[in-house]
Design a protein around this ligand. Structure first.
Ligand code: DX5
Ligand code: ZN
Length: 219
């Protein structure tokens, strides 16, 4: 089945000194969503942004704000991110072995319910939660930093996640791939079943963001 491929530039790779211009630049270049990486220095060894940045970004663009919560206690902050203007919130299975309550809360807030897993978490662990998610986010690097190299074994995990969604009849749920996505590996990632590609370095550091987005989608 051909997937409609979307690209979500991650502003972690943007020039923070010119964030408004950077977002307008990738929007004009054809970005489908804006990916915002929230890091708490506990779940991941880095600090990045909070609801204040989401609120500021909300004023700049009408694109869907895809907020990736790399934090130990996402449940406490769902409302704050919703209020700030997020359209989708993605939580990690590593910190919420039973993510149901958080996913239901995200849905009750009217937002896209995302569930993510790190490269060392068995994909099968997603199986019980598929009915409660709108978006599965497969990490292809260990989260915390942009610009890392795609872990090749991730391709099999993307294929497995797609199979789980298909078997569960969740064909309308999105399969998002994040970390190390570039112009070389995007084709194989799409072939494996992804329909939403996060591109930090690949979009923001490209000489021509529009060309990069078209190439990531497969030309
Ligand atoms: C990694 C983040 C990613 C990252 C992607 O911890 O979740 O979204 O910003 O950046 P690139 O595309 O440069 O790997
Ligand atoms: Zn991310």
């Amino acid at each position: 089945m051909p997937h409609k491929i979307k690209v979500a530039p991650s502003i972690l790779a943007a020039d923070f000194g010119h964030l408004a211009d950077e977002i307008q630049r990738v929007e004009a270049a054809g970005a489908d969503l804006i990916h915002i990486d929230i890091m708490d220095a506990h779940f991941v060894p880095n600090l990045s942004m909070g609801p204040g940045i989401v609120e500021a970004v909300r004023k700049i663009t009408r694109l869907h704000l895809d907020v990736h919560l790399m934090m130990d206690n996402p449940g406490q902050y769902l409302k704050a991110f919703a209020k700030a203007g997020a359209d989708g919130l993605t939580v990690h299975l590593e910190v919420l072995p039973d993510p149901r309550e958080a996913l239901d809360s995200i849905g009750d807030l009217g937002l896209t319910r995302g569930l993510s897993l790190n490269p060392d978490m068995p994909v099968e662990r997603l199986a019980n939660h598929l009915a409660a998610v709108d978006r599965l986010l497969v990490m292809c690097v260990f989260p915390g930093f942009g610009g890392q190299k795609f872990i090749p074994e991730s391709l099999a995990r993307i294929t497995a996640a797609r199979r789980l969604l298909d078997l569960a009849g969740r064909t309308e749920a999105e399969l998002e791939v994040d970390g190390g996505v570039d112009l070389q590996n995007a084709g194989s990632i799409i072939q494996a079943g992804a329909d939403l590609l996060v591109g930090g370095t690949a979009v923001f550091k490209a000489a021509d963001a529009a060309k990069a987005i078209v190439s990531l989608r497969g030309g």
